[in-house]
Design a protein around this ligand. Structure first.
Ligand code: PLP
Length: 370
């Protein structure tokens, strides 16, 4: 079965092998060297001043960012499950909340954010997804972050990049916290969350807040290549292996350009077989199709063509399906996925199979990649 869900993504064999070594103690020079390597790679990946790793799923890093960075009032962008989650976290910690709500295919607008900040001059933090995975939507995070800083450079910008970091280049000039998670673009098992931080964010964090998720204690420990509590040793070993594989592949820039080319080829191929792309601004991490037969297509993909793609949640349950495009995946596997979708549409009697999906995918990919 090909795992083509936008998280979890498949764990490559070389990574599984690297993680099969016996567990080592985390308070040893041996692990500190491994940790240092991971930390340096992460600083490069984020392109930011500081980076911390937390043993938790991605939501742990979202919570850590809110409790350590937001003083009292946060503006969140809710265009899907994950944007909604920032609001729920803020409420759980007694923060005041202003929420901009959008349909799940609609990116946040810079104007709406400006207006919300004008009406709420006491907002000290804004939290937004780079890619809102619920609908495969790319928010104009860089433009929003820039506008926020022009209004008040003390407002902190938290960006959830769990399906964007490692997928596409992100301009972090105006971003204070950028979040990543192991089981998405980094193709690791779940359980490791990472946050890139600006110097300004480190300053704002000060002595930190919370206990396990106190970022101040993690920053001071991790600068010394250790962690406040037991590190996710096995996952960090896997992380180093992933960075090695990215290097072998040709580096991050190459990964970004191949991912972008494949995203364009995938969306073009889906349209060529008569499907409709759901988000107005599709993210590179996944392709999202809205279709009345979404569930039938998904079922056929699984049972007849051995491809596992994700469905929708909440009001989009049964209405969309999402195909992963993150990570060091084989473009030839994607060709099979496209072909399987065209075949499934033919099985449903909607089209006559012609192979046009695979043809368009190959042509667009070849012309984008050169
Ligand atoms: C997957 C995901 C998360 C985190 O989910 P966890 O299950 O806690 O790892 C957060 N934000 C986005 C955009 C995601 O795709």
């Amino acid at each position: 079965m090909l795992l083509f869900t936008p998280g979890p993504t498949p764990v490559l064999e070389a990574v599984r092998v690297a993680m099969s070594a016996p567990t080592i103690h985390h308070r040893t020079p041996e692990f500190e060297a491994i940790f240092k390597e991971a930390r340096e790679s992460l600083l490069k990946l984020f392109g930011m001043d500081e980076a911390v790793m937390i043993a938790s799923s991605g939501t742990g890093a979202m919570e850590a960012s809110i409790i350590n960075i937001c003083k009292s009032k946060v503006l969140t962008i809710n265009a899907g499950k994950f944007g909604e989650r920032f609001g729920k976290i803020a409420k759980a910690h007694g923060k005041e909340l202003v929420e901009l709500k959008y349909e799940w295919n609609t990116p946040a607008s810079v104007e709406d954010v400006k207006k919300a900040l004008a009406e709420n001059s006491d907002v000290d933090t804004i939290a937004i997804q780079v890619c809102e995975s619920a609908g495969g939507l790319r928010h104009p995070v860089e433009e929003i972050a820039k506008a926020v800083k022009e209004i008040n450079s003390d407002i902190m910008v938290i960006a959830d990049g769990i399906t964007a970091v490692g997928v596409e280049p992100i301009d972090v000039t105006n971003i204070d916290a950028l979040i990543a998670g192991s089981q998405k673009a980094l193709m690791l098992p779940p359980g490791l969350a990472m946050v890139g931080l600006s110097n300004k964010a480190v300053e704002r964090i000060g002595k930190g807040s919370g206990y396990y998720l106190n970022l101040a204690s993690e920053i001071s420990k991790q600068q010394k290549n250790t962690t406040a509590y037991t590190a996710a040793t096995t996952l960090i070993i896997g992380l180093n292996k992933i960075f090695d594989l990215v290097e072998e592949f040709g580096g991050l820039d190459k990964l970004y350009s191949v991912t972008a080319a494949r995203a364009k080829a995938l969306n073009s191929a889906l349209e060529a077989i008569g499907l409709k792309i759901y988000p107005a601004t599709p993210a590179k991490a996944m392709a999202t199709v809205i279709d009345e037969n979404a569930e039938d297509i998904r079922k056929l993909l699984k049972t007849k063509y051995s491809v596992n793609v994700a469905g929708g949640q909440d009001h989009l349950k049964g209405k969309i399906f999402r195909i992963n495009n993150m990570g060091l995946i084989e473009s030839s596997d994607m060709l099979w996925v496209v072909n399987a979708i065209e075949s499934a549409l033919a099985d449903l009697g909607r089209i006559e199979y012609s192979g046009v999906g695979a043809k368009v995918f190959s042509e667009v990919f070849a012309s984008e990649i050169k």
